[in-house]
Ligand binder design. Structure first.
Ligand code: COA
Length: 202
């Protein structure tokens, strides 16, 4: 698994995106409902996810982002989740997630949160996993609360999408909260090593 990292759960696996995933990611995020609250999208061609995929290895090496395709054995990619805004000094990061619309409300979000939080708290030895939801994205806020994330408050004029300025709601999950939550009970297998920029100091 040199240079690779996979996080496997009961039905889902997080793995690094490869160029072969571009067509599937295009099919999932050409839907404006999926990207409604994002600065990017909807995708207009498979070239757009391909450009994103091509830049992920560099982002991992620079410690900017550690992002994964969420894949089901029978279906292939169903969405994306990942880690940004890593602070090794403060042992915290921010996670983000999207799924194709047909997967909303099916339980994949909870399992994917179990996988990414296991990676954060165990393999990366972080203490605080944050998440931001657009203030208008009530669905995402409910999904984070359902997964056990704690609402911290509203951050004003925090994200810019071109000329539009958005408030966001900040959430976090601390190690002790995670350890007591159903997320930590999920059977998870972390295979491979995190990139050096994300690895614990030791
Ligand atoms: C946000 C997202 C990852 C959540 O995944 P999910 O599988 O739908 O999550 P859940 O099944 O836990 O649903 C969470 C809640 O939203 C509710 N919900 C479902 N569809 C909804 C909709 N269209 N609008 C508002 N709420 C909705 C569910 O009933 C559930 O509420 P409950 O716990 O009170 O019953 C997924 O919807 C998604 O990919 N959305 C598009 C991208 C996005 O906005 N990502 C988040 C960026 S911060």
């Amino acid at each position: 698994m040199s240079g690779q990292l996979e996080v496997a759960g009961p039905t889902l696996t997080l793995r690094y995106p490869s160029p072969d995933d571009a067509a599937a990611l295009f099919a999932l995020a050409r839907d404006p409902a999926v990207t409604r609250f994002f600065v990017w999208g909807p995708y207009r061609s498979a070239r757009e996810p391909l450009s994103w995929i091509d830049t992920r290895a560099g982002a991992r090496e620079r410690g900017e982002a550690l992002e994964f395709v969420v894949a089901r054995a029978d279906e292939g990619p169903i969405g994306v989740t990942g880690i940004v805004e890593l602070s090794r000094r403060d042992r915290r990061c921010v996670i983000g997630t999207w799924f194709g619309r047909r997967w909303w409300g099916t339980g994949v979000n909870l399992e994917s949160k179990g996988l990414i939080t296991r990676l954060c708290f165990d393999a990366l030895a972080l203490e605080n996993v944050g998440a931001f939801a657009s203030a208008a994205n009530e669905h995402s806020q409910r999904a984070l609360e359902r997964a056990g994330f704690v609402r911290e408050g509203r951050l004003r004029a925090y994200h810019r999408h071109g000329d539009e300025v958005h408030d966001v709601v900040a959430f976090s999950l601390l190690r002790g909260e995670w350890e007591r939550s159903p997320l930590a009970q999920l059977g998870v297998d972390v295979r491979g090593e995190p990139p050096a920029a994300f690895a614990p100091d030791g």
